[in-house]
Design a protein. Structure first.
Length: 243
């Protein structure tokens, strides 16, 4: 059921943010998107964003009517401030502090702060992000407590009453695929599989049953494992794209 709110979705061009965008399009009469160029190693995600947006518009007429302006923001300072496997061509590994070196300190905090600023200017009252505490790489800025605290801080700092929604927070990757199917049917599942990008290494050479990627980085492993569990339990029980 539609609410009277308007939403700004943090949209990277990946599986999670695409699912969140579909979720928002089902709920809000006006939806805009925001993406960030922060010098990410997998910059291919920025290249696939326009096609994913175009494909989403084609899935449902009501989605096309609700999906509005896309905002791209240059946050290159993130790559200047931190040396991580997400911003440099270095081997992905665990660090002494127990976090993987794909963790970009402050990234989601900065993303949400910038998104809140754009939302303020655009008159948007809901921020939607794909943060998840169930299937994640141990990133502290993906935790529910972090997002709740950030919502309080942003509303206090801007004198607003905005909501910060994280529809995937308690879903594993299999359930995220299931949610996509509920929102947009097999067409949305196929779109996510073939057109979105998740691989940390930016590999887009081979289309696997779960999508493009190197197949070995943490993002690919999560996506592949989730898809295969989803596929095994799906009522369709057939390869994506098959008739």
């Amino acid at each position: 059921m539609l609410t009277n709110d308007a939403a700004l979705v943090l949209f990277s061009g990946g599986q999670d943010s695409t699912t969140c965008l579909a979720w928002a399009l089902e709920r809000y009469p006006r939806v805009e998107t925001i993406g960030f160029d922060y010098g990410q190693r997998h910059a291919i995600e920025l290249a696939v964003r326009p096609r994913v947006l175009e494909q989403l518009r084609s899935l449902k007429p009501e989605w096309a009517a609700r999906l509005g302006e896309d905002h791209m923001v240059d946050l290159g300072l993130i790559s200047q401030l931190s040396k991580t496997a997400m911003t440099e061509d270095i081997e992905i590994e665990m660090q002494e502090n127990g976090l993987p070196n794909t963790f970009v300190p402050g990234r989601n905090l900065l993303f949400m702060t910038v998104a809140a600023t754009v939302a303020y200017r655009r008159g948007l009252t809901v921020l939607v992000g794909g943060m998840c505490e169930t299937d994640f790489s141990g990133y502290p800025d993906c935790r529910d407590d972090t997002m709740k605290a950030l919502q309080v801080a942003l509303n206090l700092g801007m004198d607003t009453r905005n909501k910060l929604e994280t529809p995937l927070m308690w879903l594993d990757k299999s359930q995220t695929w299931q949610l996509a199917e509920r929102l947009g049917g097999r067409q949305l599942v196929d779109l996510i599989r073939a057109d979105t990008h998740t691989c940390y290494k930016g590999e887009r050479g081979e289309l696997h049953d779960w999508g493009y990627g190197c197949g070995t980085c943490p993002a690919c492993e999560l996506r592949a494992r989730g898809y295969r569990l989803y596929h095994a339990t799906s009522s369709h029980n057939r390869p994506a794209g098959a008739d």
